[in-house]
Design a protein around this ligand. Structure first.
Ligand code: GDP
Ligand code: MG
Length: 163
């Protein structure tokens, strides 16, 4: 059985884009419209010779924002419970939000090793967000671009010890 990596993060940070890039098929739905990923999806990921099962968690973006953190917590903890590594995605362009900080808290309390990925890091607009991600207390963020495929070697290096 392959090791399992769960992608977690608030809506719209690029989880499904990363999933698609690693699985190499359009299995996860990505759209500019928030709320496109409705289901948890699993695929077989390949990253520079590493093979693992990857889980893309849904966003619930289309539902009542008041209850979003509670539902995200249940979903995040369920995904992370059965994984070898949690891949925590933040949006380096948007910067760190209160929901990112909340997710970071759940992950710090959990048992799964966390790899922190600062996505959308192509170009200079992301430099401040990458710095902010350091403040989450989950180690050094990996500057990454799921859309452009940047940071793959660094992601490989970060996952390797856990898989
Ligand atoms: P999810 O809700 O976390 O699954 O996010 P999606 O994968 O659906 O992506 C949300 C939006 O961010 C889409 O418009 C993507 O095209 C965009 N996006 C994803 N990755 C990147 C990236 O590396 N750079 C930029 N600039 N945009 C990205
Ligand atoms: Mg998605």
């Amino acid at each position: 059985m392959l090791p399992t990596v769960a992608i977690v993060g608030r809506p719209n940070v690029g989880k499904s884009t990363l999933f698609n890039r690693l699985v190499g098929k359009k299995l996860a739905l990505v759209d500019d419209q928030p709320g496109v990923t409705r289901d948890r999806r699993e695929g077989e990921a390949h990253l520079l010779g590493l093979d693992f099962t990857i889980i893309d968690t849904a966003g619930y973006e289309d539902e009542d924002p008041q209850s979003l953190p509670g539902r995200m917590r249940i979903q995040t903890e369920a995904a992370v419970d059965n994984c070898d590594v949690a891949l925590f995605l933040v949006d380096a362009r948007a910067g760190i939000t209160p929901l990112d900080e909340e997710i970071a808290r759940w992950l710090r309390e959990g048992d799964a090793p966390v790899v922190l990925v600062a996505n959308k890091a192509e170009g200079r607009a992301s430099e401040g967000g990458v710095m902010e991600a350091f403040g989450l207390g989950l180690g050094e963020p990996i500057p990454f671009s799921a859309e452009h495929g940047q940071g793959m070697a660094d992601l490989f290096q970060a996952l390797l010890p856990h898989l």
